[in-house]
Ligand binder design. Structure first.
Ligand code: MLT
Length: 289
């Protein structure tokens, strides 16, 4: 079910699924909530395979991050003016996610972020650690951009300003999906391209700036003492198995799931394997509500 609410004069849109809604008059998952934070440059729909398979007792909520999907963009176009870019931070996504939890009267959630969603999950763990019951860090990395990546993002901003979102989407899609998907899943490739091309230029431009300005989250990860599941697609060239193993090695007691036949968008490319890893994590690490 898609819903929306207003926060600080902006609309925040989200998908909200509760596997036990009929059995639970309050509409809240008795076992807990999973907050799903999407990748760049996509929207909450990328979590459809997870929203279609919510484990019993859990509630899955997937917001459209600021400007993406049905959520309103920032007012102003700071991404177009280098001097105004300091107004944009990945913390904005985390604050909107916290506003969503407040709106729904949810005290805490297991936060599952994929790539850019993972950067937002780190920001949430830094800003409001008590509201993060656990982390699922999928196809993401704790470190900030290096100089080469920042230069690439500057080029992406130029492409966006000159040619619009379709050009950025077309440049991203080959990297978002793995070899197996490109070779054998043309419907999925088309769906991801369509979802990326449908996003608003204000969302995409502001996100690129937020990505390049994000801080190093290694200290946040080191300080986080609750359950963590790290997930990586074996064919991911953006944040693949090496990055996953590195994060896993940094975290005592964390779990690692490497997904074969998947690239960056491992939740969409191999949904059964992704869901199995997530379900196992939720069932074994969150026994008490
Ligand atoms: C994403 O999938 O969210 C992006 O690849 C993140 C990034 O470029 O760092």
């Amino acid at each position: 079910m898609r819903s929306e609410f207003e926060h600080e004069g902006r609309l925040i849109s989200y998908l909200d699924l509760n596997a036990s809604a009929a059995a639970n008059a309050s509409g809240h998952g008795q076992r807990g909530t999973v907050l799903l934070l999407h990748a760049f440059p996509l929207a909450a729909e990328m979590w459809e395979p997870q929203l279609a398979s919510v484990p019993t007792g859990w509630r899955f909520i997937a917001p459209d991050l600021r400007g993406f999907g049905g959520s309103a963009a920032d007012t102003g176009a700071q991404w177009r003016q280098p001097s105004a870019r300091t107004a944009l931070s990945v913390d904005d996504y985390a604050r909107d996610a916290l506003a969503l939890l407040d709106h729904l009267h949810i005290a805490d959630a297991v936060v599952c972020g994929l790539s850019m969603g993972g950067y937002a999950a780190f920001a949430l763990a830094r800003l409001a650690p008590a509201r993060v019951r656990g982390l699922v860090l999928a196809a993401t990395r704790p470190d900030a951009d290096d100089a080469a990546t920042r230069a690439n993002r500057e080029r992406m901003l130029d492409t966006l300003a000159r040619e619009g979102v379709p050009a950025v989407a077309d440049a991203m899609v080959p990297r978002l999906l793995g070899r197996t998907s490109h070779d054998s899943r043309s419907t999925l490739v088309g769906r991801v391209r369509q979802l990326a091309r449908a996003q608003a230029p204000e969302a995409v431009g502001a996100a690129i700036v937020r990505l390049m300005r994000r801080p190093d989250s290694t200290p946040t990860l080191d300080a986080f003492k609750r359950p963590v599941l790290v997930v990586a697609g074996e064919e991911d060239e953006i944040a693949g198995p090496d990055v996953g193993r590195m994060m896993h090695g940094q975290l005592a007691g964390a779990e690692l799931a490497l997904i074969a036949g998947a690239g960056h968008l491992c939740n969409l490319e191999q949904p059964d394997e992704f869901n199995a890893a997530l379900d196992r994590f939720l069932a074994t690490r969150f026994i008490h509500p």
